[in-house]
Design a protein around this ligand. Structure first.
Ligand SMILES: C[S@@+](CC[C@H](N)C(=O)[O-])C[C@H]1O[C@@H](n2cnc3c(N)ncnc32)[C@H](O)[C@@H]1O
Length: 321
């Protein structure tokens, strides 16, 4: 019998309404692909249930399977499945905010991945090596990059950036290129760098016809020609991802990219006082204000409640040279 629908929501919930359907689709949307990995991330779901669920999603044209090296089965969203991205993202964002407000704990796999890899790297005295490992594991469907979100944050979108035409922008710790693509879209001649080669390679692959100049570089030892060379510099969540003993150097390096008359935008998680529990290690007000160095002055330092980030209180600060 033909089914009658009475709203679009009914159609959507028919497809993704079952609890585990949306969850498995969200894992696939975030890049997890391996069968064994999906099972590990969904311990409450029995193996047979998961197999059957994936089969159903395949039949419905949302998921496709293929065999990876070593006969391991991999899954990914089909083109049609990928169009559910914004729906899954909205569910995630709303759930994060709700959990934060009600003190519910979310053991997010992406966060667990960063903690696991960072702990091992930091124990070896290597402050940044874990980023490459995380991006590489994510490339193999074994981990999630928690900050790999499809859209720039609301705090960036509403930052009131100056028009980009004829201006040069630099995106620090650009990851997979989301914010760099946004600035290029505003008309900035954009350079974006990250310490992770895999992140930069993936960013180029994701945006094949991009005008962004993606580079592998270290914030703590950047190319000399970048000094005072950019009309806009965007620093989003990178300094907070570095241990506190590197904070002063990292902050000074960011400030040094801004050209005369240029703007620095800093987006970061906020904390009242320094904490050792990280990464990330959210920034205190003093640490945000420390970007006013090398000829920069603070123009606006705002503490905002994030609607789209689990680290609920955030800084948005602009500095001018
Ligand atoms: C927490 S992520 C934030 C990514 C992105 N800026 C965002 O807001 O979504 C930190 C990023 O900084 C990069 N990173 C860490 N240390 C760096 C360094 N010394 N130089 C350049 N990039 C670095 C990491 O590889 C990672 O992509």
């Amino acid at each position: 019998m033909e089914k009658h629908y009475h709203s679009g929501v009914e159609v959507t919930t028919d497809l993704i309404g079952g609890k585990w359907r949306a969850v498995v689709l969200a894992h696939l949307h975030h890049g997890l692909r391996r069968d064994a990995e999906l099972r590990r991330r969904m311990p409450e779901v029995g193996e047979l249930t998961l197999v059957q669920l994936l089969r159903e999603l395949e039949v419905e044209g949302l998921v496709q399977r293929h065999e990876a090296a070593g006969h391991e089965v991999e899954f990914q969203l089909t083109e049609q499945g990928a169009t559910l991205g914004p729906v899954l993202q909205a569910m995630d964002v709303w759930g994060q905010a709700h959990a934060a407000r009600h003190g519910l704990e979310i053991q997010e796999p992406g966060r667990a991945d960063t903690r696991r890899l960072a702990a091992a790297s930091l124990a070896r005295g290597d402050a940044t090596g874990w980023f490459e490992k995380l991006y590489a594991e994510a490339g193999n469907g074994l981990a999630q990059v928690p900050w790999d979100r499809p859209e720039p944050t609301a705090n960036l979108l509403s930052a009131g950036l100056p028009a980009g035409e004829g201006r040069r922008a630099l995106v620090v710790g650009c990851g997979l290129g989301r914010d760099a693509e946004y600035l290029a879209g505003l008309g900035y001649a954009t350079t974006a760098f990250d310490i992770s080669e895999t992140a930069i390679r993936t960013a180029r692959e994701r945006h094949p016809s991009s005008s962004v100049d993606y580079r592998t570089a270290d914030l703590l030892a950047p190319p000399a020609e970048w000094r005072h060379a950019y009309d806009l510099v965007v620093e989003s969540n990178n300094v907070q991802a570095l241990p506190r003993d590197l904070r002063e150097r990292a902050t000074a390096s960011v400030a040094g990219f801004v050209a005369a008359g240029g703007t620095l935008l800093v987006l970061a998680a906020a904390a009242d006082k320094p904490s050792d529990d990280g990464p990330p290690w959210p920034l205190t007000r003093d640490e945000v204000e420390a970007f006013a160095a090398d000829g920069l002055r603070a123009e606006r330092v705002e503490q905002l409640e994030a609607v789209d980030d689990p680290l609920v209180v955030r800084w948005r600060a602009t500095f001018r040279a």
